[in-house]
Ligand binder design. Structure first.
Ligand SMILES: [Zn+2]
Length: 326
């Protein structure tokens, strides 16, 4: 190759390089700032089952004065700061999970539903789309308990069913508690709205709604077990395929940086705090001894990890490592 030292020759060389776009990007504007989160979807395998965490989003709020009922707000703030979170503003994530058992597509809990003005939550359906799943494909929705962040997503904003072909399975004890007119009449005013919400969501479901008992499969390889305290009929699920196992805890704890670290701390949402603590200690003693994968609805996305003992009576969460292959 001869070297052309004329200006015309140099420009021609530059033009050729630009045409192959080796130099072009650096010469123009920087990529625009996205300013919003990408789809929140994470897959893993449990034996022959495929699980997909499909996040409903995360809500950031001013720290309530009594978020932990039996601990001073300052101490809670210190625990949050120790985990690189703000003491003044806390973030609670919401992570429903899809399980493809091979024969059935099962959704566990449904998130906050539509209509969040800030767009922080209610992202289950768009994230499902991002995961390549049509809500019409869901065969079974399993509910762990009847708090709004777990059941609101059963309905669209217009009241229609978000998963029109799904059977809806709910814990019998939970259904009995919330559907009791007696319990509703006895409840403090602050809780009356929760009773009304349960009635609105489960109204007119007919025989698509079934109540499940403990220790009997709700879908192939998915067995519920009682973890009461957070609510009277709160339920967790054990998944098993071949030699692989997983525990899906529901709301045995809220944010792990607070309540796995300190299982004696009572979150304001626990309806029977003493029973919830007893359940929590039993659950994590078992999960840490068995070294079994745990999914937590309010764990940080992708909401999967292993529980380790930290001293005599505390625990910590070791998050899963992202992997390309399943
Ligand atoms: Zn919850």
């Amino acid at each position: 190759m001869t070297i052309d030292t004329t200006r015309r020759g140099a420009l021609a060389t530059l033009g050729a390089a630009a045409a192959t776009s080796i130099l072009a990007p650096a010469a123009f504007a920087a990529a625009p700032i996205a300013g919003k989160q990408a789809a929140g979807v994470y897959r893993n395998r449990i034996g022959d089952m495929e699980i997909t965490i499909v996040t409903d989003g995360a809500r950031t709020m001013a720290m309530p004065d009594t978020f932990v009922r039996n601990v001073a707000k300052e101490e809670v703030g210190k625990a949050l700061e120790a985990s690189a979170m703000s003491a003044a503003r806390m973030t609670v994530p919401y992570n429903p999970m899809l399980v493809n058992t091979g024969g059935k597509l099962v959704l566990v809990d449904t998130g906050n539903g539509q209509g969040d003005a800030k767009g922080e939550v209610g992202l289950l359906l768009p994230n499902m789309t991002a995961a390549g799943v049509d809500p019409k494909q869901v065969d079974i929705v399993v509910i762990t308990h009847f708090h709004g962040d777990h059941i609101l997503g059963l309905r669209m904003a217009d009241g229609s069913l978000a998963f029109p072909n799904a059977e809806v399975k709910v814990p019998a004890a939970e259904y009995a508690f919330w559907m009791s007119d007696d319990n509703m009449a006895k409840a403090p005013d602050a809780m009356k709205g929760a009773f009304a919400l349960v009635r609105r969501i489960f109204k007119d479901m007919g025989d698509r709604l079934t109540q499940y008992a403990m220790d009997k499969e709700v879908a192939p390889g998915m067995t519920p077990f009682a973890t009461p305290g957070h609510t009277p009929g709160h339920t967790s699920l054990a998944l098993q395929s071949g030699n692989s196992r997983m525990l899906l805890q529901g709301d045995v704890t809220n944010i792990p940086a607070l309540f796995l670290r300190n299982p004696g701390w009572h979150v304001m949402f626990d309806m029977d705090a003493a029973k919830a603590e007893e359940t929590r200690r039993r659950f994590y003693d078992r999960a840490s001894a068995d070294k079994v994968l745990v999914g937590g609805f309010h764990f940080p996305f992708p909401a999967l990890g292993y529980v380790e003992k930290d001293g005599a009576s505390n625990f910590r969460l070791v998050p899963v490592v992202w992997n390309t292959t399943l």
